[in-house]
Write a protein that binds this ligand. Structure first.
Ligand code: UGA
Length: 447
């Protein structure tokens, strides 16, 4: 099938490459000429395991092409994905201007039937708004007779395992009302819908809400655990023991109940905000979602507060001033270079404010850090995790990259001027750390 994907961000690029991999003829459109030129050369703008191979092989086979020309995109695809960004607007709601601009282009350019698939995370009612925009643009050309349909098909991939998630989805949610459109979607997604029925068909508005409900439920699990961790700290309990104790109940489960320095990334913070906005606009006060957001803000500053307390006890109120802190992990989670809403950023900025210098290392996000913060005296970007330790007064771990999970603790202790370890992702066992001679602070580990 001929497919066009508008937007070559995480979702669009991965979806486009995955559809090409199973044999569809995919054209990806982006407004950024530099990005399109790079993609044509096989250069992927983001770090995502397996994506470079997927893009390069399918581009070489001629099944995956890139263009900046929207008219070409509309002419190419029988189905057209909208996978452009929906950044938070000034009022916390999702900004739909990019989505509606694509709808406008489709209405202005289409000459034959088109099925438009909303893949971006969009508020309830967007399918109708896209439909209205296309219809208006068609009417303005006196081509109202041209047949089109708009469906909702939210994406559930996770950064860091985006290719695997997209190639082997656990569900394919489609919000569709017309039988012929459902049939086309079944044909399009058939290669991903093997072994068992994964397609969950519903009305478009429910599909749109499903996406927000999924992310907000996951964010709620995390914030709930961070709240229990804060309580555990005060009571001298261990959140890791509690996690195992509750996760064994299949109604709760082990996924997404890890306490830590808060959730980040481009999705959870934005989607929780957007659903709060949607709920209020619909006349419903979102008590739980507000609490999820508040708890996450506290979770992001918890490690800094522990540092302040530690150094304050030793050196007085301005205890962090002039200290050097080794920071392992900058990305919002492992296996990505994405630093959007990363907890490490909140920490670094607080440390700078307190007069400390940060010596940081991340296996992928160093360039991104440099891009965001530029050169500054209180940020040293180090080439290895060992170099980041040299002469530092403490080590803080903010991203659970595998390479940080079992370092040579003797070497870490020797490199630090004092053996103090702040564990923002609960990677290390407090008792073992004590055995290695560290003062260890975790999240909800009773200290
Ligand atoms: C999230 C969802 O997991 C995907 O299903 C969804 O498709 C995606 O958003 C999206 O809307 O596009 P992602 O943002 O890539 O995916 O990241 P997650 O793996 O969900 O992690 C989010 C944050 O939660 C990270 O900062 C992570 O460290 C934190 N987290 C996760 C915890 O603090 N505790 C946990 O137990 C799990």
């Amino acid at each position: 099938m001929k497919v066009t994907v508008f937007g070559t961000g995480y979702v669009g690029l991965v979806q486009g490459a995955a559809l090409a991999e199973v044999g569809h003829e995919v054209c990806c459109i982006d407004v950024d000429p530099a990005k399109v030129a790079a993609l044509e050369e096989g250069v992927i703008p983001i770090y995502e395991p397996g994506l470079d191979r997927l893009v390069q092989e399918n581009a070489a086979a001629g099944r995956l092409t890139f263009s900046t020309d929207p008219a070409h995109g509309v002419a190419h695809g029988r189905v057209i994905f909208i996978a452009v960004g929906t950044p938070p607007g000034a009022d916390g709601g999702a900004d739909l201007s990019h989505v509606l601009a694509v709808a406008q282009t489709v209405g202005e350019r289409m000459e034959a039937p088109r099925l438009v698939i909303n893949k971006s995370t969009v508020p309830v009612g967007t399918e109708a708004a896209v439909r209205a925009r296309i219809a208006e643009a068609l009417a303005a050309r006196d081509r109202a007779e041209l047949d089109f349909d708009v469906v909702s098909n939210p994406e559930f991939l996770k950064e860091g395992s985006a290719v695997a998630d997209c190639m082997r989805p656990d569900r394919i949610v489609v919000g569709v009302t017309r039988d012929d459109s459902e049939a086309l979607l079944r044909e399009l997604f058939a290669p991903f819908n093997r072994n068992r029925e994964k397609m969950i068909v519903m009305d478009p508005r429910s599909a749109e809400l499903t996406k927000y409900a999924a992310n907000c439920m996951l964010a709620t699990k995390i914030s709930f655990m961070n709240e229990i961790a804060a309580i555990a700290d005060r009571l001298g309990c261990d959140i890791e023991a509690v996690r195992q104790g509750i996760g064994s109940d299949p109604r709760i489960g082990y996924h997404f109940i890890y306490a830590g320095a808060g959730y980040g990334g481009s999705c959870f913070p934005k989607d929780v905000k957007a659903l709060i906005h949607t709920a209020r606009a619909a006349g419903c006060e979102p008590h739980v979602l507000r609490a999820v957001e508040d708890r996450n803000a506290d979770a992001k500053t918890a490690i800094f507060e522990k540092m302040q307390a530690h150094f304050g006890a030793r050196f007085g109120e301005r205890g962090l001033k002039g200290r050097t802190i080794a920071l392992w992990g900058l990305a919002f989670k492992p296996n990505t270079d994405d630093m959007r809403e990363a907890s490490a950023r909140v920490l670094m900025e607080a440390l700078w404010q307190a007069g400390a210098t940060v010596q940081a290392y991340d296996p992928q996000a160093m360039e991104e850090t440099q891009r965001i913060y530029g050169s500054r005296d209180d940020l040293r970007l180090c080439g290895t995790k060992e170099a980041a330790l040299s002469g530092a007064d403490a080590l803080v771990v903010m991203t659970e990259w595998r390479m940080f999970q079992s370092p040579d603790f003797e070497a870490v202790r020797e490199a630090l001027s004092e053996p103090v370890l702040f564990d923002g992702r609960n990677l290390y066992d407090p008792e073992r750390m004590q055995g290695h001679g560290f003062t260890h602070y975790g999240i909800g580990r009773g200290a």
